[in-house]
Every structure is written in structure tokens, then in C-alpha cells.
Write a protein that binds this ligand. Structure first.
Ligand SMILES: C[S@@+](CC[C@H](N)C(=O)[O-])C[C@H]1O[C@@H](n2cnc3c(N)ncnc32)[C@H](O)[C@@H]1O
Length: 209
């Protein structure tokens, strides 16, 4: 699927997104990342590719003011509805924006998060987005995505289970082939110890000084 087609599809399918990803265990990932993020009222957070706001709302629930950005208007509408209904609306601002061109100044957010989005992109888009994430972060970055097994048997099983991603994403094979830590370091982020939440991995990073 082409990138604009993918964003349109996500926009239209947005009301189904949460029921599906709940079954895939995303809420556990959002909570694990938030606990590790040390989010609090003083820590302004940018959630890149926020989708329906799972991570943004979990971080806001921990007290942090959050800006969530995404390209898919339908996903942002879902996030807005959830923010209103959970009374977190005052702490969460949702903006339609391309993660490849973030309209924020350098080092303007102490915390930047990006969950379950990089696997959908082409390698070039991933690198551009990570460059932007690095540019606007002043202290910490937390990235989360699929944990790709490296042993042959498990790797085969992973490919079979995630067959839909090979159709939907721009370059899932490229995503699965390269270590995320290597990508993050290439974006000038210092990777700390990654940890797992269910089928997913979280890479906490420091912004190199
Ligand atoms: C699988 S969803 C993940 C959403 C959310 N972070 C989560 O953990 O559930 C990926 C999101 O990335 C967004 N996205 C992809 N490329 C983008 C880009 N270049 N700029 C902004 N958003 C983008 C899509 O619209 C989609 O909402």
C-alpha cells in the first residue's frame, strides 16, 4: 500500500483500531513505556505518530502535558474523543502534522515517544522521522515496536504471524532485518537497556550531548 493510501486507510479504520490493538496487547506496552518514562507534570512530552493516542493518554494520565501528532485525521479524532471522555483533554494537545517535518524548535521536549509506527515506514522515512525525533528531544526518547526474533525458527514464525504487515507496511522486511538499536544510534541517540512488554520491545534512549 502506498504511504498516502495507508494513512487514508488508517483514518477510515480508526474506530476499529483500539479494539484490534487491545487484542494485540498494546495497552500493556503503553503502560510499561509510561512507567519507564518517568512522566510527571514537569516533563513536557511529544508523542510522535500518536494514532488514537494510546501512549499520549497514558503519559498524560501520569501528569505530563503532552502534544500528540499524527498524519491521519481519523486517528486524531479518536484520540480527541478519548481525551475528552477521560478528562485528560486539558493536558493533551493533538495536532495533524507530518513526523518527517516536525514544526517544533530544536530540543523543545524533554521527553519524546514514538510507539508502533516505525515498522510501517520505508527505511528512508524511518531515518528522517528518527532524525526529527532526535532534533526536538532535549533529554529522553522512548521508541517501541515489534520485538523481532533472531533465531531461524522463531523468525519464520514471526514472519508468518505478521504477514499482514508485509502487505500494509512500506518496508516491513527492511524493518525486521535491521536492529533498532543500530538505527537509533545512527540517529545520534544513546540507547540504554531495551526491555520487553509482551511481544514488543521498548528502547529507552538519551539524547547525546
Ligand atoms: C500503528 S499506528 C501507532 C499509533 C500509536 N502510536 C500506538 O502506539 O497505537 C501508526 C501511526 O503512525 C502514523 N504515521 C505514520 N507515518 C506518519 C508520519 N510521517 N507523520 C505522522 N504520523 C504518521 C499513522 O497515521 C498511524 O496513526
Amino acid at each position: 500500500m502506498s504511504r498516502p493510501g495507508q494513512i487514508r486507510f488508517l483514518s477510515r479504520a480508526a474506530p476499529l483500531y483500539d479494539p484490534v490493538v487491545r487484542m494485540m496487547g498494546f495497552p500493556r506496552l503503553w503502560r510499561a513505556l509510561t512507567r519507564h518514562a518517568g512522566a510527571g507534570p514537569e516533563v513536557r512530552c511529544l508523542d510522535v505518530c500518536t494514532g488514537t493516542g494510546g501512549t499520549a493518554l497514558a503519559v498524560a494520565d501520569a501528569g505530563a502535558p503532552v502534544v500528540g501528532i499524527d498524519l491521519a485525521s481519523g486517528m486524531l479524532r479518536e484520540a480527541e474523543r478519548k481525551a475528552r471522555e477521560s478528562s485528560l483533554g486539558g493536558r493533551v494537545r493533538l495536532v495533524r502534522m507530518d513526523a518527517r517535518r516536525l514544526a517544533f524548535r530544536d530540543a523543545s521536549f524533554p521527553l519524546v515517544t514514538c510507539t508502533m509506527a516505525l515498522h510501517e515506514m520505508s527505511e528512508r522515512e524511518r531515518d528522517t522521522v528518527l532524525g526529527e525525533v532526535r532534533r526536538v528531544a532535549s533529554e529522553r526518547v522512548l521508541v517501541a515496536d515489534y520485538r523481532v526474533p533472531r533465531t531461524p525458527g522463531r523468525s519464520l514464525l514471526f514472519r508468518a504471524v505478521h504477514a499482514f504487515e508485509y502487505l500494509e507496511s512500506d518496508d516491513f522486511a527492511g524493518f525486521a532485518a535491521r536492529e533498532m538499536s543500530e538505527r537509533l544510534e545512527a540517529a545520534d541517540l544513546r540507547v540504554e537497556t531495551p526491555f520487553d512488554a509482551g511481544a514488543y520491545r521498548i528502547w529507552p534512549c538519551r539524547v547525546s550531548s
